[in-house]
Design a protein around this ligand. Structure first.
Ligand code: DHE
Length: 522
């Protein structure tokens, strides 16, 4: 069987793209696609054993790289090389074709989801005997995006314990069951996978959508919720073996559907919080057995006729919090009362109080942070949150009582992630973009000043820090095919160990995630 992962192309082929549009009619390109690609990627481009080939799913892959993959194949996958069967014009035409949006939002309903589910190892067969003697609370799940693998790392010895192939293009935080035994991962392609960290076995997989944003696990461990870009849906799974329970079409109170930006678990609230991309609403979906209805009066900005849709009393009821502006990217305070996010207007940010269901403050947050980018900590006796901006070389530190900016810390460039731990006075932040993308700043949380700038590997992007369970070590990723996880002593800032990895992106410590450490994302 052919596996046409049309995902990479060399820059030399790019000039051909313009020629290709003239040299191939749509019908010819479609015929080429059907002949060479459809068997693995689906006649409708929604994916099969190969990933979906849609612009939404290929966003992280530049066209030249996609063309290179068609021509040369992709190592360690079933994707063969087509360079000897297809001309460079053919390849350019196919690449242009797969980067065009589909004319309609594809459907992926409950029946499709259920049909995609594979139970690799039923829970009843796993047993209770661990296959390793590492501290289960100090394991890290490391996502290696370079060759689509995951490594489970011992957080005491820093030895890799288990490495396995993942679905194509994992993205977003790994999520754990409340006891830390199981890890859930989501791919941009919509696959949600569950693995057992005790027996090192895959449990189950299910495809929840065509293009998925992220997942959240309920605090009681019973449910997984996935948010999709395509189609515009939320999917609730039974966390045990990922059987689908409910699909919610994402439609706002005024009508109109939306992509989901992200979904999070608000543990103390027994609910999922959902941010929407295309309508100015935040949703709160209770997973409590008997959710307490929210009086309609608490829903901001409701208009006559909107009340009925504004709160649905069925299982997993949707509470719509209607806002004046879109909330793009955000983080929560530690007790999940407030959500601090960037407003679409890009002039400021906003604080949405989830109890009263409305905006309660504006923030001087002029740049968008990436989701899960920031942290909270205590500074001079008050709680602050700090986040890098995605487009400016600055970190905003904001008082969480007055919502005033305490400090803007200039950095060498825009960063993606800031991380810390309760047991360290330092916060670490990457400089993901620009000429200094190999730098990591260490900031003293007591002074709000950069005290050290590390360069784990000069010339290579360094990113995403995560601490060990006790906060004694900080692990940074060298974001390169010939990359590594670099372990630093968090007190002396000296390098302790370097573990080779293939373009490692995020790493997630079991203890820090399940205890909701204020120094990391949840
Ligand atoms: Fe991410 C988390 C959205 C680009 C690496 N990113 C997330 C989450 C969302 C998101 C919704 C979920 C948080 C969670 O599950 O807790 N990311 C977006 C975007 O909208 C954006 C800007 C554009 C896009 O392509 O979707 C984007 N993200 C990137 C990247 O380019 C990164 C650096 C490389 C990659 O893999 O695509 C990237 N995103 C990450 C990582 C996390 C993440 C490593 C998990 C962080 C964590 O510690 O929880």
């Amino acid at each position: 069987m052919r596996f046409v992962n049309v995902l990479m192309m060399c820059a030399l082929l790019m000039p051909m793209a313009a020629v290709a549009e003239e040299s191939h009619s749509d019908a010819q390109t479609l015929a080429l696609y059907q002949q060479h690609c459809a068997a693995c990627h689906g006649g409708n481009r929604l994916g099969g054993i190969g990933p979906a080939l849609l612009p939404e799913n290929l966003r992280r892959l530049r066209k030249p790289m996609a063309a290179k993959t068609v021509a040369n194949g992709r190592a360690a996958t079933q994707m063969p090389a087509f360079g000897d069967q297809l001309s460079s014009e053919d390849i350019s035409a196919i690449v242009d074709f797969i980067y065009k949006p589909l004319p309609e939002i594809p459907t992926w309903g409950l029946a499709d989801i259920a049909a995609s589910r594979v139970v690799h190892n039923a829970l009843s067969t796993l047993g209770e005997t661990p296959v390793h003697d590492a501290d289960p609370m100090n394991l890290f799940t490391v996502v290696e995006t370079g060759d689509h693998h995951v490594t489970i790392l011992d957080g005491d010895t820093f030895e890799p314990l288990w490495r396995f192939p993942s679905r194509f293009a994992l993205h977003g935080g790994a999520k754990y069951s409340p006891d830390g035994r199981f890890v859930y991962l989501a791919s941009r392609d919509g696959w949600v996978s569950k693995y057992d960290l005790k027996t090192f076995k895959p449990v189950a997989e299910v495809r929840v959508g065509v293009n998925t944003r992220n997942i959240a696990v309920s605090a009681d461990g019973r449910y997984v919720m996935a948010g999709n870009f395509l189609p515009h849906t939320l999917v609730i799974l039974d966390a045990r073996e990922l059987a689908p329970i409910k699909l919610i079409d994402v439609v706002g109170v005024k009508g109109g559907s939306s992509r989901v930006s992200a979904v999070y678990t608000a543990r103390p609230r027994k609910s999922f919080i959902v941010a929407l991309k295309d309508i100015p609403e935040i949703w709160e979906i209770s997973y409590a057995d008997n959710p307490r209805p929210v009086p309609v009066g608490l829903i901001h900005n409701h208009e006559p006729g909107m009340q009925e849709g504004a709160f649905d009393h069925g299982p997993f009821p949707v509470r719509h919090i209607v806002l004046d502006d879109y909330v793009d990217d955000f983080l929560f305070d530690q007790d999940y009362r407030n959500l601090m996010g960037a407003a679409r207007n890009a002039r400021n940010g906003q604080v949405v109080n989830l109890n009263v269901g409305r905006k309660v403050a504006d923030l001087a947050l002029t740049g968008l942070p990436h989701l899960g980018s920031g942290i909270t900590f205590e500074y001079e006796g008050r709680q602050v949150f700090a986040t890098p901006h995605l487009k400016d070389g600055v970190i905003s530190v904001i008082d969480m009582q007055t919502w005033q900016t305490v400090k803007r810390i200039e950095t060498l460039g825009p960063g993606f992630f800031m991380r810390s731990h309760e047991n360290t006075p330092y916060a670490w932040v990457d400089v993901f973009f620009g000429p200094h993308r190999d730098a990591v700043h260490v900031i003293d949380k007591r002074k709000l000043e950069i005290v050290e700038t590390l360069r784990p590997e000069p010339g290579k992007t360094a990113a995403h820090i995560e601490f060990t369970k006790d906060g004694k070590y900080a692990l940074a990723s060298i974001w390169d095919m010939d990359g590594a996880i670099v372990v630093y002593d968090a007190a002396t800032l000296e390098e302790v160990k370097r573990i080779p990895m293939v373009k490692p992106s995020g790493k997630y410590n079991v203890h820090n995630k399940i205890t909701l450490s204020s120094g990391t994302s949840h």
